[in-house]
Design a protein around this ligand. Structure first.
Ligand code: HEM
Length: 485
């Protein structure tokens, strides 16, 4: 690693935090390949403790990951946007579910009367399925991991830009776990999509654009210190929104035991996507508008309606700044993510139901940013499965497994992730009556499409084509806490 990378990382975060916080939380693994191993502990805690002690030196820290990312970005910039060959890294983080922590601590890790976010962690994702809208085809009894009869104690997240290196590391970790008597109960492999689709999720839209910035970690914009320098629209929030033991936007963090400091709650979710069915319904909804004689700007077809469902075009360009056509240059204007919904209170441009408005209503809720900012999460997902492309042969057809390995970090599971699922994504009356649920990931509903030319709105049916196939709530402890277990 060059001095430049290490310096850049050290400048960003006080050293004692950057060496203590695991690397995927604030810095984020920059990766094309990722494997998530779900592990079950044996009955005897001693070999598990030994296994963990041997694992700790291999855990990637924020400092290491941030240094690599800084070096990578500098090299990419020098190479005018192409990927620097020869710069490669393989990372690993570990998180523990509540039963896993309890097993290692030998006692109840958290006292009885706790805030809702801690209760969510204690109860686990299986018990909280209803809150998250996981019913019907997404029912937790059908999950591939996280079911009540299939306990998960630890989660290893292994990432690399090189598939062969990832496989070597994953197999070493599997062997070490097996020697200590741990069982791999589920293994989820993810990879960025190939070619032009790189950085896009399976429906075809660019992902990973809008993330929160973190104070003392991301560099503020000198002209506007509430945003991240060079990333317009990315607001800087206090670290306590994502990492425990630090002040939050609303003031002090809840008093939790000292061992939680510098740790973060993690949601791992396997979300299967039925790509052809989702696009077929976008097409049907668009044709319905024609049948009903709704007047639309010329040239606005299925892509136009799908962009309203997401709030962005396939390239990632926002509907807010590019209402009726995808801009010819990717990814739109430099400040494309600097979105305000104040002037679009009725959702005539970015509909209230649009995925990016539902999951981050920005200043369009409560007249201030704060109500949306306290619900932010850090997303670290990656697609799994081959792209839908029947001409490309086996594995690319409509029935093949594909979707998103959704991974998110936050300081409160109930206040952040579960709130997004329940109060915004799956709330039919979000912002206004009969808005409908999120047409990308929400449960079935009619959404109300409103336009300047159609102020009273038209109802369009959106069924659910993203199915939950497993969820685990875990906690990624600090390095110092892991050493104490
Ligand atoms: C943004 C797709 C699941 C929360 C986005 C974007 C896309 C997308 C294309 C726009 C790119 C960006 O701004 O980064 C999907 C797909 C999903 C999925 C296909 C499932 C298969 C979820 C879930 C949540 C979520 C489960 C949270 C519970 C967000 C948030 C943003 C976002 C917070 C950023 C919004 C903003 O700041 O403007 N998603 N997403 N997504 N998504 Fe999702």
């Amino acid at each position: 690693m060059s001095d430049h990378g290490a310096d850049a990382a050290a400048r960003k975060l006080p050293l004692r935090y950057s060496d203590d916080i695991q690397g995927d939380i604030l810095a984020g693994f920059r990766k094309d390949h990722e494997t998530v191993l779900m592990l079950r502990f044996p009955d005897d805690p001693e070999p598990v403790r030994k296994w963990l002690r041997r694992l700790i030196p291999q855990i990637s820290t924020t400092r290491q990951v941030a240094a690599f990312n800084a070096e990578y970005s500098t090299a990419r910039h020098t190479l005018a946007g192409t990927d620097p060959a020869g710069l490669s890294a393989t990372w690993m983080n570990v998180s523990l579910t509540y039963p896993g922590l309890k097993f290692l601590m030998g006692t109840e890790p958290l006292p009885d009367q706790e805030p809702d976010g801690v209760q969510a962690f204690v109860q686990g994702a299986f018990a909280r399925a209803e809150i998250n809208g996981d019913q019907g085809d997404s029912a937790p009894e059908e999950w591939l991991f996280g079911r009540a009869d299939q306990p998960v104690h630890a989660v290893l997240t292994i990432a690399s830009d090189d598939q062969a290196k990832l496989e070597v590391r994953a197999s070493e970790l599997r062997v070490a776990a097996a020697r200590a008597g741990l069982t791999v109960t589920f293994e989820q492999v993810g990879a960025t999509l190939p070619g032009e689709r790189r950085g896009h999720e399976h429906f075809g839209f660019k992902d990973g654009i809008s993330q929160p910035g973190v104070r003392d970690f991301d560099r503020p914009d000198p002209r506007d210190p509430i945003h991240v320098d060079g990333k317009p629209g990315t607001r800087i929030l206090p670290a306590g929104e994502f990492v425990l033991g630090h002040p939050k936007l609303t003031g002090d963090a809840p008093q939790l035991p000292e061992w939680t400091r510098n740790g973060s709650f993690q949601v791992v979710r396997r979300l299967a996507q039925d790509v052809p069915a989702w696009w077929a319904q976008a097409g049907a909804a668009r044709r319905q508008l024609d049948k009903e004689g709704v007047e639309l700007p010329p040239g606005t077809g299925t892509e136009w309606l799908a962009a309203r469902a997401v709030g962005r075009w396939r390239s990632g360009a926002s509907v807010a700044h590019n209402p009726n056509a995808e801009p010819p240059t990717k990814p739109g204007a430099p400040d494309d993510n600097l979105i305000s919904y104040v002037e679009d209170g009725e959702g005539h441009t970015t509909p209230h139901f649009a995925h990016i408005r539902k999951t981050n209503p920005r200043d369009g809720i409560g007249g201030d940013f704060a109500p949306a900012d306290v619900r932010r999460i850090i997303r670290r997902g990656i697609p799994y499965g081959q792209p839908f492309d029947p001409a490309a042969g086996q594995g690319h057809g409509p029935d093949a497994d594909r979707g998103l390995v959704f991974i998110a970090y936050m300081s409160d599971l109930a206040f952040q992730f579960e709130f997004l699922q329940q109060a915004w994504i799956n709330n039919r009356d979000f912002l206004q009556a009969e808005t409908g649920t999120d047409p990308v990931i929400g449960v079935d509903s009619d959404v109300t499409l409103k336009l300047d030319t159609l102020p009273s709105g038209r109802k369009l049916h959106f069924a659910q084509f993203v199915r939950t196939e497993g969820t685990v709530y875990a906690f990624a402890p600090s390095l110092s806490t892991l050493r104490e277990l």
